[in-house]
Design a protein around this ligand. Structure first.
Ligand code: NAI
Length: 338
């Protein structure tokens, strides 16, 4: 993970250099669902970040063990563990960033939407607590179906009077990692050099990779572009099948979420950062849409234009609208009917 470089500050009129660790001396990051398949490797990666002063781990079961284990690592973030709803307020209090991988994952044959009934309530309840105990925190949601859980969080925060659309982010970074990896393999460049924007949402056809806007340039036949797009859209199912009932992507997701959290923290410290994220947005006629956004101290500071689509991308954009609109409505209705 990249680390924040040195910065200057004026303290008592004296210009001083301070390192990232000093700059972030008061940054608490909470992981909700920290004992799970994603939560554990995510907490491990975050424990290595010099941008974090306190790593607050919360789950309904098993947090103590994960926390004790991580606390022996000789890196700066202080680890604290909280278990069960009565300890949630303390887990959240003072957090700058809350990352949520709480909830059940898919099993073979399930779509992300099949998770709705369980995960919608989990995300709603966690967001009620966030609104009370750390209303100014950035909130990054991993729990699926992301297309619905982000609108759920927005509705909860609206009801509580704490909603800031610039600080509520659905994590779609794994789609970007997958796109970078598969496209880089296809055109024969190192994956670290590849950058493919992925827009839309985070489920099946709502995942829209923009190969025509990738760097380096992707010069493949329309058939190859179509096959790559479909592989990116179905990549989560590849992992669900391979794990054969033992869950969905956890390690690659944890890596993606740690990178994303790092970007949020660097932005909070004043560095302009561009990431793809699923956010409330006016770029299309859909109320929530994943696109490239520029993050800064205040959250999303700019929604980057979608750019020009090629024929395949234009058709895929039209094809995703119905499903994404339905998933958003389902999330909004869930909060307003319960
Ligand atoms: P998991 O079942 O291994 O872990 C989930 C954890 O959440 C468990 O430790 C569980 O005790 C905890 N939990 C359940 N209810 C909770 C509550 N009310 N408060 C706090 N913690 C609670 O699942 P895994 O594999 O870690 O996946 C988590 C979620 O992430 C799933 O919804 C999955 O679909 C989603 N996911 C999202 C991806 C994305 O790209 N956004 C990619 C992969 C998974």
């Amino acid at each position: 993970l990249n680390h924040l470089g040195p910065q200057t500050s004026s303290v008592g009129g004296i210009e001083r250099q301070f390192t990232s660790a000093a700059a972030s001396s008061n940054v608490k990051v909470a992981v909700l669902g920290a004992a799970g398949g994603i939560g554990q490797p995510l907490a491990l990666l975050l424990k290595g970040s010099p941008l974090i002063s306190e790593l607050s781990l919360y789950d309904i079961v098993g947090t103590e063990g994960v926390g004790a284990d991580l606390s022996h690592i000789d890196s700066s973030p202080k680890v604290s563990s909280y278990t069960g709803a009565e300890e949630l307020p303390e887990a959240l209090y003072g957090s700058s960033l809350v990352v949520i991988p709480a909830g059940v994952p898919r099993k073979p044959g399930m779509t992300r939407d099949d998770l709705f009934n369980i995960n919608a309530g989990i995300v709603r309840d966690l967001c009620v607590a966030i609104a009370k105990y750390c209303p100014d925190a950035w909130v990054a949601i991993i729990s699926n179906p992301v297309n619905s859980t982000v609108p759920i969080a927005a509705e909860v925060f609206k009801k509580a009077g704490t909603y800031n659309p610039r600080k509520l982010l659905g994590v779609t970074k794994l789609d970007v990692l997958r796109a970078n990896t598969f496209v880089a393999q296809a055109i024969g460049v190192p994956p670290e050099r590849m950058s493919v924007p992925v827009i839309g949402g985070h489920a099946g056809v709502t995942i829209l990779p923009l190969l025509s806007q990738a760097t380096p340039r992707v010069d493949v036949s329309p058939e190859t572009a179509k096959a790559l797009t479909e592989r990116i859209q179905d990549a989560g199912t590849e992992v669900v099948k391979a794990k054969a009932g033992k869950g969905s992507a956890t390690l690659s997701m944890a890596y993606a979420a740690a990178k994303f959290a790092e970007s949020c923290l660097r932005a909070l410290a004043g560095e302009p950062i561009v990431e793809c994220a699923y956010v409330e947005s006016h770029l299309t006629d859909l109320p929530f849409f994943a696109s490239r956004v520029r993050l800064g101290r205040n959250g999303v500071e700019e929604y980057l234009p979608l750019g020009r689509f090629n024929e395949l991308e234009a058709a895929n954009f039209e094809a995703l609208k119905g499903e994404l609109r339905g998933s958003i409505k389902k999330g909004v209705d869930f909060v307003n009917k319960t």
